[in-house]
Design a protein around this ligand. Structure first.
Ligand code: FAD
Length: 436
């Protein structure tokens, strides 16, 4: 007989760690939900290749894994500080914004408390319907271990929380696999190879958001002082708007408001508030960058350039470097510049779940979700499939961030736990183990 999990969570980043916490806190002494999480990294790490020295959180520590849902939770950032012996010192910092290193440590501390509920080093690559006659009562989740072995598990429910995949502009796609073209998601790992090889003398950063700005500050201060071009379509880097009235779009009750609006209105709303999160950077970081350029002017240097209103029109790779054909939109002229490496800080896409769930597509229609993040399905399809981080269109701009994570996982937990007793009695328990 193959074991049937009440729930399999794909990915063990902040969203599913928060779900593990919510489920534990909702037990109230009853039978626990049998939840297993599958994470492709060998151990927990939060965007490890962007853990830059000076980087800090862009969100209050109070929007941690638990506080907004349950301020008395033992998984709050404050309790982490307390258990780490740093609570008084943190108070003395007088900051709501811990360093990203510290927040990663907090998330890792929380993740470790669920070590027995997470299979690390496995990548889920497919989810199949487990049919019983005309009905689908269960899901078969297939994952691949680091060594290549395939594991299959059965589940009554699935929560897909797999984050984003790098957005690679069209003209760079043929160069996937060329180690001289990096995406910000792998920055620290990949830039080390470029610089260690001694090749990274002239580097372009493409983008104008927070990651691009952080990478610029990191690169310009590196030993060996590489030449850095900061290439952006925009006229300037713009500050993220985190002023209090605007910030209300990240309040948890705003999710209800967004979800209740017609789809055209939601799309307009997303566009209206985009400057809180997309293609913008923290004001203090922008000021640091301005100072770097000012100091260069004083020193009459030319090592660093900000190529504003420049669009990458074409890319060519050759033995001596990556050649970018750049159009200066202001002057209306084109030029070709050779770089040793190009860093794409071009953001993320959030469509990956559709590939993973492709075998279920006949039951899932257009992949739309209800208010509790559950994919709408045909009546013969019983498993609940929930999405975290892929519902910006329906639930608003906070969906990909940490803002509503703790409350969202409470809502998903409630929906899961309400359906479980019926699902447990309905699902057959006699499916044979399939270990390939
Ligand atoms: P992720 O953190 O992306 O976690 C997804 C997990 O799923 C990963 O561990 C991944 O390895 C795993 N995975 C993916 N595919 C599979 C698969 N097929 N099988 C198994 N495992 C899989 N948001 C904020 O609110 N504040 C911030 O300060 C902030 N800073 C950020 C800084 C950076 C550099 C980046 C890139 C994002 C930042 N964000 C921030 C947004 C970020 O999306 C959230 O902070 C948070 O990481 C979302 O959590 P998640 O669990 O949904 O996704």
């Amino acid at each position: 007989m193959q074991h049937i999990h009440d729930l399999i969570g794909v990915g063990f980043g902040p969203s599913n760690i928060a779900l593990a916490i919510a489920l534990e806190e909702k037990r109230h002494g009853g039978r626990p939900a049998d939840a297993l999480f599958i994470e492709r990294q060998p151990s927990f790490a939060w965007h490890p290749h962007m853990l830059l020295e000076q980087a800090h959180m862009q969100i209050s520590f109070l929007k941690d894994l638990a506080t907004l849902r349950n301020p008395t939770s033992r998984f709050t950032f404050i309790n982490y500080l307390h258990e780490s012996g740093r609570l008084p010192d943190f108070i003395n910092l007088k900051s709501f914004f811990p360093s990203r290193h510290e927040f990663n440590d907090y998330l890792g501390w929380a993740a470790r408390q669920f070590d027995d509920a997470c299979a690390y080093g496995e990548e889920v690559f497919e989810v199949l319907p487990e049919k019983q006659g005309a009905e689908v009562p269960l899901l078969r989740v297939r994952s691949r271990r680091e060594g290549g072995g395939v594991q299959e598990r059965l589940a009554r429910n699935l929560v897909v929380s797999i984050g984003g995949t790098p957005r690679i502009p069209e003209c760079f796609r043929p160069l996937r696999g060329d180690g001289r073209v990096l995406h910000s998601s792998g920055y620290l790992r990949d830039i080390a190879k470029v610089l260690d090889g001694g090749a990274g003398r002239r580097i372009a950063i493409v983008g104008a958001g927070q990651s691009a700005a952080e990478i610029f500050m990191d690169l310009q201060g590196r030993p060996g002082a590489p030449q850095v071009d900061f290439v952006m379509r925009a006229r300037s880097i713009r500050p993220s708007d985190d002023s209090p009235f605007v910030n209300e779009v990240f309040n948890v009750d705003f999710t209800d408001y967004v979800y209740s609006r017609p789809s055209e209105e939601r799309a307009a709303l997303l566009e209206e508030v985009a400057q809180t999160n997309y293609a913008v950077a923290d004001l203090d970081l922008i000021q640091q960058i301005y100072k770097v350029f000012y100091d260069q002017k004083v020193a009459r240097g030319e090592r660093l350039r900000m190529l504003r209103q420049h669009e990458v029109r074409a890319v060519r790779a050759s033995a001596d470097g990556i050649h970018l054909q750049l159009r200066d939109q202001d002057a209306g002229v084109e030029s070709t510049v050779r770089y040793d490496a190009v860093v794409l800080a071009t953001g993320y896409e959030r469509e990956q779940h559709k590939g993973l769930l492709q075998p279920l597509a006949p039951y899932l229609g257009d992949f739309s979700v209800d208010r509790h993040y559950r994919l709408e399905a045909t009546p013969d399809f019983q498993p609940g499939i929930f999405l975290q981080g892929a519902c910006e269109d329906s639930h608003g701009i906070s969906d990909t961030l940490l803002s509503v994570t703790s409350v969202r996982t409470g809502e998903i937990g409630n929906a899961l736990l309400a359906a479980l007793p019926r699902m447990r009695s309905a699902a057959r328990e006699d499916v044979r183990v399939a270990q390939l």
